[in-house]
Write a protein of this length. Structure first.
Length: 147
C-alpha cells in the first residue's frame, strides 16, 4: 500500500480508530498520519463523531415498532394502488365509450353494404323500411332473412 495516497488511507481511518486494523496496516497508517495533516483532520472528525455518539447505541426499533411501520407502508401502498386502479378503470371506461361512439358514428356516416336505406331494404338499425318494395336491391326480404 502506498502510504502517501490519502484516498487509500481515508477509508481505513474508521477501522483504525476502532482498533480493527491488523498491526502492520495500523503501523503504515501511523506513518502516514504522522506526515499528513489532512488525514489527521479526518481522523479527528471521526473521533469527534464517536465521542458525540458516546456509548449510546443507536436505538433499534422493537418488533412492535417495525410492525407499525410495516402496517403504515402497507396501508399507503394499498391507497396508491387503489387510486391507480380507479384511474385505470375510469380511463378504460372512457376509452370504451369513445370507441362505441366512434363505431356508432362510423355506421351512421358509412353504413355497411346492404344497409342502404330504401324501400324494402334494411336500415342501419337492422329494421326494414316501411315501404316494403322487396325487389329494390334485387334481393327479396325473404331471401335476406334466410341468410
Ligand atoms: Zn493523508
Amino acid at each position: 500500500m502506498n502510504t502517501n495516497d490519502c484516498s487509500l488511507i481515508e477509508p481505513l481511518l474508521a477501522a483504525y480508530l476502532d482498533g480493527e486494523l491488523a498491526p502492520a496496516a495500523a503501523e503504515r497508517l501511523d506513518v502516514h498520519l504522522a506526515a499528513c495533516e489532512g488525514c489527521r483532520t479526518v481522523l479527528g472528525e471521526l473521533a469527534e463523531v464517536d465521542r458525540l455518539l458516546g456509548d449510546d447505541a443507536i436505538p433499534v426499533p422493537t418488533g412492535q415498532e417495525w410492525a407499525a411501520v410495516e402496517w403504515r407502508l402497507l396501508a399507503r401502498t394499498r391507497r396508491v394502488f387503489a387510486g391507480r386502479l380507479v384511474r385505470t378503470c375510469a380511463l378504460a371506461a372512457a376509452a370504451v365509450a369513445l370507441l362505441g361512439a366512434l363505431a356508432w358514428l362510423a355506421v351512421r356516416v358509412f353504413p355497411p353494404a346492404g344497409t342502404v336505406d330504401g324501400p324494402g331494404a334494411y336500415t342501419a338499425q337492422g329494421g326494414k323500411t316501411p315501404a316494403g318494395d322487396e325487389e329494390t336491391l334485387g334481393i327479396s326480404v325473404e331471401h335476406v332473412e334466410r341468410f
